[in-house]
Write a protein that binds this ligand. Structure first.
Ligand code: AHR
Length: 518
């Protein structure tokens, strides 16, 4: 055990007066089987979402070339550099609800000639379309990432959608492709995923899944790309505990459909009209938030069951292309901008979701947290020229070793239980994988905000002598980074050595740990 942890644990044990025996009883045992590799954890599970919403794009990513804020051809240098560090594999754009009102032609051509529209979904503000298709793909290139473009099914028509796809991917001499060339881009861009509508059950048109399936078949019929440059086509599926959308779509859609999307947001109270606060919450909302997050596992299981029936060949992916925490708007801020502070609790929410996604890596091949900058559970918050990296950002940084790793079976014996009010949840969540670099990685979350956990680790097929990695924790449940104090919550180095062949990890209360095992 390292000295810092030893001191910390001693201090905690003293303050909580935990008898040694109680600590012994709460010992959790993790068994990893390195001899039975499972599904690949697709790196796209670590995807991001950037919508024209609040300051998600404007001010957060794009400030324009004439801005006083340091920028690379209009993109904030600080934000681009920070995002490059966490190796973002995929960015979804332009929405969300915004996608189903977006006219792609507004966002091409000279910027000063682009029309202004009203962003009716998000604050009713002016959208000057300064950030459009070319800017999005420049962002993709700056981040060295992949593109997930969401088409407009709600208010668009098949021709508009088909021409947008042609504009982006075409290599012919058609008028549409020539227009792209005239606008400065000779080569086609690559699109990894193309979404046909968004939340068709809600802001995308309040449809029934049967009607949406027909529209999907209709629109998808006309979506054409040169051979070899087809994106994965994404159908807009259900949310929360619904499985009907997955069922109907997987039975009725006849055109190419590579995945069905699914949305689930973590609300501390579970109520949309009073979701809970982003900071200053009590232990009851710590527990309820993590409890809500863990429901993701049951939702994925239920949808996988449907897909196993309708798609036994496992051709259709289950894409959780919006997830994350959603709190009450902060006082004094535009409620439609969905800006919220991000605390240690959010870091745990992200880690718990990752552990769940890893477990279902056979079907869950892509997800996008909502959203990348300044909106909901963001990686980065900005205020004019200032920037703060959130605890969630750090979880992404720590977990990047799992991108394209091979998941490994993991059993948790005696995960312990943490109880607060009427909520009881396991104290420990974990996942393990063989990284692309050949190393074995283990992620652990201690959900208990009061008690440290001791975890013994056994790996079948390997003798472990050492664990090394990073630990993210803080004194307060709502510890967060501010523009004045951007380094309050950040990962610390962690290491532990096996004693006579036994590896025991001490995990502080309310923490996330990712270690490589040697
Ligand atoms: O992420 C914010 C919004 O949440 C998205 O626009 C929409 O798809 C969802 O309801």
């Amino acid at each position: 055990m390292n000295t810092k942890l030893k001191t910390w644990l001693a201090a905690t044990a003293c303050c909580l007066s935990l008898p040694a025996v109680a600590q012994e009883e709460s010992m959790t045992r993790i068994e990893i089987d390195s001899t039975r590799p499972g599904a690949t954890i697709n790196r796209d599970i670590y995807g991001q979402f950037a919508e024209h919403l609040g300051r998600g794009i404007y001010g957060g990513i794009w400030v324009g070339e004439d801005s006083d804020i340091d920028n690379i051809r209009g993109f904030r240098t600080d934000v681009i550099e920070a995002l490059r560090d966490i190796e973002v594999p995929l960015v979804r754009w332009p929405g969300g609800c915004f996608a189903d009102e977006y006219r792609w032609r507004d966002g091409i051509g000279p910027r000063d000639e682009r029309p202004v529209r009203v962003n009716t979904h998000w604050g009713g503000v002016a959208e000057d379309n300064a950030f459009g298709t070319h800017e999005f793909f420049e962002l993709v290139e700056l981040l060295d990432t992949e593109a997930y473009v969401n088409g407009n099914l709600g208010t668009g028509n098949p021709r508009e959608m088909a021409e947008w796809l042609e504009y982006m991917t075409g290599d012919s001499e058609s008028a549409v492709v020539e227009e792209r060339r005239k606008n400065g881009r000779e080569e086609p861009w690559e699109i990894a995923y193309f979404g046909i509508g968004n939340e068709a059950w809600g802001c995308g048109g309040h449809m029934r899944p049967e009607y949406y399936s027909d529209l999907y078949n209709h629109f998808a019929t006309f979506l054409k790309t040169p051979p070899g440059s087809e994106p994965k086509f994404v159908a807009s599926g259900g949310h929360t505990d619904d499985t009907e959308w997955t069922d109907v779509l997987s039975r009725n859609i006849q055109r190419q459909m590579d995945g069905i999307s699914f949305h689930f947001y973590t609300l501390p109270t579970g109520e949309w009209d009073d979701k809970g606060e982003s900071t200053g919450f009590g232990e009851d909302q710590w527990a309820s938030t993590l409890w809500q997050t863990l429901r993701m596992d049951e939702f994925i299981r239920a949808n996988k069951k449907v897909l196993e029936k309708n798609d036994p060949e496992n051709e259709i992916g289950f894409y959780v292309d919006e997830w994350g925490t959603w709190y009450n708007p902060e006082e004094g801020r535009e409620p439609g901008f969905l800006y919220q502070q991000n605390t240690l609790r959010d870091a745990l929410v992200a880690a718990l979701n990752f552990n769940i996604f890893h477990r279902h890596a056979d079907r869950v091949r892509m997800t996008n947290i909502a959203q990348m900058v300044n909106v909901l559970q963001a990686m980065i918050l900005t205020d004019e020229e200032k920037m703060a990296l959130t605890p969630t950002y750090h979880t992404y940084g720590m977990y990047k070793v799992f991108q394209d790793a091979t998941s490994l079976p993991l059993e948790i014996a005696n995960p312990g239980s943490y109880r607060s009010g009427d909520r009881t949840i396991p104290s420990v969540s974990a996942s393990a994988a063989r990284g692309e670099d050949g190393e074995l990685y283990l992620s652990l979350v201690n959900l208990d905000p009061q008690a440290a956990q001791q975890v013994t680790v056994d790996v079948k097929g390997m003798e472990i002598t050492e664990a090394r990695g990073q630990l993210l924790t803080a004194d307060a449940m709502d510890a967060h980074n501010t523009f004045e104090n951007p380094g309050s919550v950040k990962p610390a180095d962690y290491s532990a050595s096996a004693d006579s062949g036994n590896l025991t990890l001490d995990i502080p209360a309310k923490s996330v740990l990712v270690v490589g095992l040697e």
